[in-house]
Design a protein around this ligand. Structure first.
Ligand code: FES
Length: 111
């Protein structure tokens, strides 16, 4: 079924579904370009997290190294933890987190 992705009054927007997340592991949603949203599930807490995967150094898209619970930037080696905090430079600022909530199967992210 098609998701209604219009932005609601509370600024939350339904982007994807839990079923899709379970099937794919992570979802990189570029519909709100230039602000991409990366959605994934914390293995430990099972919480769903959404962040902007554009490296705060020069904007490359970071990749999740799931085995290491680390986001790695392929351009100059910056690394971030699963909450977006910087683990390795040259990036100095964290990856911005989005507020997320769940409604049935829908994953809503605050635009
Ligand atoms: Fe990510 Fe430079 S753009 S480390």
């Amino acid at each position: 079924p098609k998701i209604d992705t219009s932005i609601r009054e509370d600024r939350f927007q339904a982007l994807d579904t839990i079923s899709q997340l379970e099937a794919q592991g992570t979802i990189l949603d570029r519909r709100n370009a230039p602000k991409p949203v990366l959605i994934f599930r914390h293995q430990e807490t099972q919480a769903i997290t959404a962040l902007n995967p554009m490296c705060t150094h020069q904007g490359c898209t970071v990749e999740l190294l799931a085995d290491e619970n680390v986001f790695d930037c392929p351009c100059h080696g910056s690394q971030f933890d699963l909450d977006g905090a910087v683990l390795a430079s040259p990036a100095e600022n964290p990856l911005p987190l989005f507020e997320v909530k769940q409604e049935g199967d829908l994953i809503l992210v605050k635009a």
